[in-house]
Structure formats: structure tokens, C-alpha cells
Write a protein that binds this ligand. Structure first.
Ligand SMILES: C[S@@+](CC[C@H](N)C(=O)[O-])C[C@H]1O[C@@H](n2cnc3c(N)ncnc32)[C@H](O)[C@@H]1O
Length: 374
């Protein structure tokens, strides 16, 4: 059970809730604060610490920097994991993520954190930060595991940063990994949005590439390796990028000789040390908004070899009018959070200075772009 304790909820907490909340945090607090457990007045010290904590919780009701506490209970209703978000200089910070000492290593903290991500997305919060002591390896590992990356470091602390939308997308694709190919086949069989014509797109891309006997290929959003798997088996040099480590694990099992980068499209660029003859975005670039499509397609320019080509297979149309019609046709299953490539948007953008832009329609849903490096 997941709960949000906003300011109003905090003003109405029951004594049991307060006691349970404190019990989650009550692990070695005396030692943390430098007290020796053999001190004769240790019980008074403990009581003082508890009072401090509870005073802090109650003060959140009126604290301008406080955003919310997030609480996870077990099936019996006992509070097992807590964390809070605070606002400092208009930035959102994750703080106080703790799990009750009897519930360690059962995945409660990750479960809570995951739910918090969805709440933050709903509240339109795009970035969160977290500050962790350098020596706190357990916490640092938790942050890495949950998508944070280092933004700053000094002698005492590491400041970590997380893009909320990327983390949610990663979570969705991690969970989709076993069923992804089945969903593609189903949608394709039913000739419906979004994957109608997927195999045609796949084999046309493979045909385009195999005209060259050898090529270096960067598969952006490699997923389960559907597109580059067959090319890998033919001996092509493959680098796969994906933010979902579960997707990468599956792609790796199909392509043992390929190189993989588990990161976002944009962040992966700094980790590339090659130029590619083909950069593929198959049903992947639509996870970015249109401005980010353009920025990313411009940013990958330097990673294309001379005469290199970007290939984009995706739900796509010639213009915005057509995409609206497509949306109306598939209204009940349309994904409002995806931005499908539109020929006119690309051709009227900065891209035209750097690429010759070709587009081939496969059916009313899908099509293939070729952006040829000028
Ligand atoms: C719909 S799947 C397509 C997979 C594969 N290209 C195919 O044709 O089957 C989209 C993939 O893009 C990845 N992805 C989405 N947004 C991403 C981003 N910003 N950076 C890196 N990978 C991303 C997802 O994790 C997912 O594996």
C-alpha cells in the first residue's frame, strides 16, 4: 500500500502512524549522532532523538521547503519504507529514504521509489536530485540502480541527478521485455497501430544495410535486438544503445559480439568512440518530443561516417494533418505520450541543412525515413 503524506495529511497523522514512521528510521540513530551506547543516560538520549524526529515530522506541515512524504506499508498495514521530497532553490531533492530494519533486502525501497517516480511525473516534476555522503556505498549503489547519475562530487558528498521521465520509461521497458515481441506480433497480425507493417519495416531496413558487405551500425533503442540481431549474425559490427538494462540483457544474449551502452540516446553519445555507416532508430525516437528529435538527429551527425545514413522506422506521416487523422482512427489505443516522426517537421527544420531527407510509406501507420549525411 502506497500513501502520500502531504502537508494536510501530516497535520492529521494518528499517534500510531507517527510511532510507526519513527520506527522505520530508528536504526542506530544514537551512534549516527556520535553517542556511546554505554552512556548511563542513553535512554534519555534516545527519547530526545525521538522527540527531535517527531518534531521535525510535525514541522513539515508548515515547512515551505517540504513537498511530501511517501510511505509504503506491507500487506498488514505496517509502515515499512519512507522517503520525502523537499524543494530547495526550486529544485526537488529526494531525502530520508529508509526501510524498516526488519524489512531490508526485500525490495521495498525500490518499490517505494518507483511509485514516487510516477507521482512526480503526474505532478510534472521532471528532475530530482539527491545528496549522499561519499562513504555511503549502499545508498550510492541504490541511486545508481535506480537511474541516478553523478552530477557533482566534493570531499564529503556526491550530488546525484535523475530524469524522472527516463526512469519511468526504463521501468516500462524493463517490465515489457518478455512480452515486447509478442505485442509486436499481435499488433502486426491485427494490422493495427502501432506495429502494423513492423516486419516489412524490419526487412526493408535489413535489405538497405546488406547492400553493403560490411558496415558499422549504431542501433539506438536496440530493444530486444529484433532489427540488428540478423545483421549481427551476418557479421556486421553492431553497437546497441538502450536505457533499459533488461532489454540490453536480452539483446546481448542474441548478439554476443555486439557492444552495448545502457543509457539514454543523448547520454550515450559521449560514450561512443566510433563513426557509423548506419544509425538506426526503429520505433524508438518517438519517445522524445519533436524538439528533441531534431536536436538528437543533429547531434548524431558527427557520429556518421562520410555518406553515412540515419534510418528511422516508425509510426509516421507526411504532415500533422495526417497524424491527427491516424490518431482519430486509433483513438482508443493511441499513446498520447509518443511523438511520431512527421516528414514536414523534419523537412522544415535545421535537419535539411545537414541531411537529404527521404521518406517511404509502408502503410497508413508506418514508414521509413532515410537521412543521408550531406
Ligand atoms: C518500442 S522499443 C523498439 C525496440 C527495437 N528498436 C525494435 O525495433 O523492436 C523502444 C526501445 O527504445 C528504448 N528507449 C526509449 N527511450 C529511450 C531513450 N531516451 N534512450 C535510450 N533508449 C530508449 C526503450 O527502452 C526500448 O527498448
Amino acid at each position: 500500500m502506497f500513501e502520500i503524506w502531504n502537508k494536510q495529511r501530516i497535520s492529521n497523522l494518528s499517534q500510531t502512524e507517527i510511532e510507526q514512521w519513527f520506527d522505520v528510521l530508528n536504526q542506530g540513530l544514537e551512534e549516527d549522532r556520535g553517542y556511546d551506547l554505554s552512556e548511563p543516560n542513553i535512554e534519555d538520549i534516545r527519547a530526545g532523538i525521538k522527540t527531535d524526529y517527531i518534531d521535525y515530522l510535525k514541522s513539515c506541515e508548515k515547512n515551505q521547503n517540504f513537498y511530501a512524504y511517501y510511505i509504503l506499508r506491507d500487506d498488514d498495514g505496517k509502515i515499512v519504507s519512507v522517503c520525502r521530497i523537499v524543494i530547495v532553490d526550486n529544485q526537488y531533492y529526494l531525502e530520508g529514504l529508509e526501510t524498516h530494519r526488519d524489512y531490508y533486502y526485500k525490495g521495498y525501497a525500490s518499490k517505494l521509489f518507483n511509485k514516487v517516480m510516477y507521482e512526480l511525473k503526474r505532478d510534472n516534476i521532471k528532475t530530482i536530485y539527491s545528496i549522499v555522503r561519499n562513504h555511503n556505498h549502499k545508498s550510492i549503489n541504490f541511486h545508481y540502480k535506480n537511474g541516478f547519475r553523478v552530477e557533482n562530487k566534493d570531499d564529503l558528498n556526491i550530488q546525484l541527478i535523475l530524469n524522472v521521465e527516463d526512469q519511468i520509461r526504463k521501468d516500462l521497458f524493463d517490465n515489457w521485455v518478455t512480452n515486447y515481441n509478442k505485442s509486436v506480433i499481435k499488433s502486426e497480425k491485427e494490422v493495427t497501430y502501432p506495429f502494423a507493417g513492423y516486419s516489412k519495416v524490419k526487412y526493408q531496413i535489413i535489405d538497405m544495410i546488406t547492400k553493403k558487405p560490411y558496415a558499422r551500425i549504431l542501433d539506438m533503442g536496440v530493444g530486444t535486438g529484433e532489427i540488428t540481431g540478423p545483421l549481427h549474425d551476418l557479421g556486421y559490427n553492431i553497437t546497441g544503445v538502450d536505457l533499459s538494462d533488461k532489454m540490453i540483457d536480452l539483446a546481448k544474449s542474441k548478439m554476443p559480439n555486439a557492444m552495448f551502452i545502457c543509457d539514454t540516446f543523448q547520454n550515450s553519445l559521449a560514450k561512443l568512440n566510433n563513426q557509423y555507416d548506419f544509425i538506426i532508430f526503429n520505433y524508438s525516437i518517438h519517445h522524445l518530443d519533436y524538439q528533441n528529435h531534431i536536436d538528437l538527429l543533429l547531434n548524431v551527425y558527427d557520429y556518421l561516417s562520410d555518406h553515412g545514413m540515419i534510418i528511422i522506422g516508425d509510426v509516421s506521416t507526411l504532415n500533422t494533418k495526417d497524424i491527427k487523422q491516424l490518431q482519430e482512427k486509433y483513438d482508443s489505443i493511441w499513446d498520447d505520450e509518443e511523438y511520431y516522426p512527421i516528414v514536414n517537421i523534419y523537412r522544415n527544420s535545421e535537419l535539411k541543412k545537414y541531411y537529404k531527407i527521404y521518406y517511404k510509406k509502408i502503410n497508413d501507420v508506418t514508414g521509413i525515413f532515410e537521412l543521408l549525411k550531406i
